[in-house]
Design a protein around this ligand. Structure first.
Ligand SMILES: CC(C)(COP(=O)(O)OP(=O)(O)OC[C@H]1O[C@@H](n2cnc3c(N)ncnc32)[C@H](O)[C@@H]1OP(=O)(O)O)[C@@H](O)C(=O)NCCC(=O)NCCS
Length: 162
């Protein structure tokens, strides 16, 4: 007998407090300085912080996050606090879906512009943000310092949510 297994697509969801350990793990695998579960929780509970996760969905009930984005709104502007996808699940459009959903929610909340900072050497992120319509509006030299490496600059980018 042949069993045909078709993986279920990942599902968008709002982050729960029970996700913080998984989110810290994804963050630590994605950045030089990871955020602790407590740091993530402190942001998650803030009123104007939106945290969207993508959950791996399976017929066996697994629902652990494979990527997430955090954005914080102040008045009618917002900033991306972090965006990360588990290295094993990259290149499948997950970050694009996360950003699209965060932007949809911000637009619904009448936010007009979204800002972010990105390492000028981060090609995957820069390509993604370019496709989403972000434009460079500033540059901060020697902004990201990694142990044993030369500090790199941050580009400040902005997208109008129309
Ligand atoms: C940046 C990151 C979030 C992208 O996640 P992802 O799920 O792999 O991205 P997607 O599959 O949704 O790709 C979306 C677009 O980004 C671009 N992209 C993604 N990976 C890329 C790569 N390795 N090289 C070039 N472009 C890339 C492509 O334009 C892609 O769209 P396309 O496939 O239609 O051309 C992921 O690489 C990551 O977590 N990196 C470490 C953390 C980080 O740098 N976060 C951003 C900080 S500002």
């Amino acid at each position: 007998m042949i069993f045909w297994y078709e993986p279920h697509p990942a599902m968008l969801d709002s982050a729960k407090l029970s996700d913080v350990d998984d989110l810290a793990e994804i963050h630590a695998a994605s950045f030089h300085r990871g955020w602790s579960p407590a740091e993530i929780e402190a942001l998650l509970v803030q009123d104007r912080v939106i945290t969207v996760v993508l959950r791996r969905s399976s017929p066996f009930g697994t629902r652990s996050p494979i990527g997430f984005v955090m954005v914080r709104a102040t008045a009618d502007e917002a900033e991306v606090l972090t965006l990360a996808v588990n290295p094993r699940h990259r290149g499948k459009g997950h970050a694009r879906r996360l950003m699209d959903e965060a932007i949809r929610r911000l637009y619904h909340d009448r936010v007009k512009a979204l800002f972010l900072e990105v390492d000028e050497g981060n090609v995957p992120a820069l390509t993604l943000y370019g496709r989403l319509g972000f434009l460079q509006v500033g540059r901060r030299g020697q902004y990201y310092a990694a142990p044993g490496a030369k500090a790199s600059a941050a580009l400040v980018m902005r997208a109008d949510l129309t």
